[in-house]
Design a binder for this molecule. Structure first.
Ligand SMILES: [Zn+2]
Length: 266
């Protein structure tokens, strides 16, 4: 049966065969609250979490589900690892990624890819890293009693925080992109990035591995999210950065400058 598990988050826990509500509900609450607070996204819409039927996790919206006004976001979760503890980590990594997609979703988007899909994917990959990092510190200082069962395993969260760097090491395509960023050449020579497919995923992990420290160092940088949301669907990287600079507040202006210099150095 559908139930509200946190604010605007709805799910039917019985639909998930291989992860129990005692595990995924408190994690979902932690992640939602964490991302909402960091991004300051203005409006809250209904979000329904369901298991994925085709082993692909994704976030999309449905207009007026059940005849209601407004839009429902649907987050389809693929949680399929054979090891139970890894499935817990998978929930954290996947939900933090997909929930960030909902936060940066451009309103007029249809299902087609758009020129900045690599930027969205990069932010969503960094979102998983930052959530895992914040959860580690939360468990370390024992603030969230609801997640006490994870305390003994908190070191395994490093598997999430180190994931983008691991991809950047192991995949030749990702390695090329990461090297270019590390040498101060940015991503210019790789543009336009593929709009979908394996290379898009690898490139966005490579960029995430180089940009994640800026978000870890200054979580206020997440305040770019509502402004990413404001640009037209077909905008390019230059108009995105121009808009982000124009709307930046002093709490993250310098970090944004560092991010832009990393990606598109002069
Ligand atoms: Zn994604």
């Amino acid at each position: 049966m559908l139930q509200n598990i946190y604010r605007n988050i709805i799910t039917d826990p019985d639909l998930f065969q291989n992860i129990t509500p005692e595990i995924f509900i408190p994690l979902t609450r932690f992640i939602t609250k964490n991302i909402d607070e960091k991004t300051c996204i203005p409006d809250v819409e209904q979000i329904v979490i369901i298991p994925s039927k085709n082993a692909v996790s994704r976030c999309h919206w449905l207009p007026g589900l059940n005849g209601c006004n407004g839009r429902y976001y649907v987050i389809e979760m693929s949680i399929d690892h054979p090891d139970a503890h890894t499935r817990t980590l998978q929930w954290i990594q996947v939900f933090a990624h997909e929930y960030m997609h909902h936060a940066i979703d451009r309103k007029e988007k249809n299902s087609d890819p758009h020129p900045l899909v690599w930027f969205d994917e990069t932010l969503c990959n960094i979102s998983s890293v930052c959530v895992a990092n914040d959860l580690f510190y939360d468990l370390f200082f024992s603030k969230t009693s609801e997640l006490h069962w994870m305390r003994d395993n908190k070191n395994s969260l490093a598997r999430i925080t180190q994931f983008p760097s691991q991809i950047a090491r192991d995949s030749p395509v990702a390695n090329l992109v990461a090297k270019s960023l590390q040498c101060g050449r940015g991503i210019r020579e790789f543009l336009p990035f593929p709009e979908e497919g394996l290379n898009l995923a690898l490139c966005s992990f490579a960029i995430a591995s180089c940009a994640q420290n800026l978000f870890l160092k200054n979580p206020n940088l997440w305040k770019i999210v509502p402004h990413v949301n404001e640009i037209p669907i077909d905008a390019d990287i230059h108009s995105l950065f121009h808009h982000l600079k124009e709307t930046a507040d002093p709490s993250y202006k310098d970090s944004l400058e560092e991010l832009i210099n990393l990606l598109l150095p002069y």
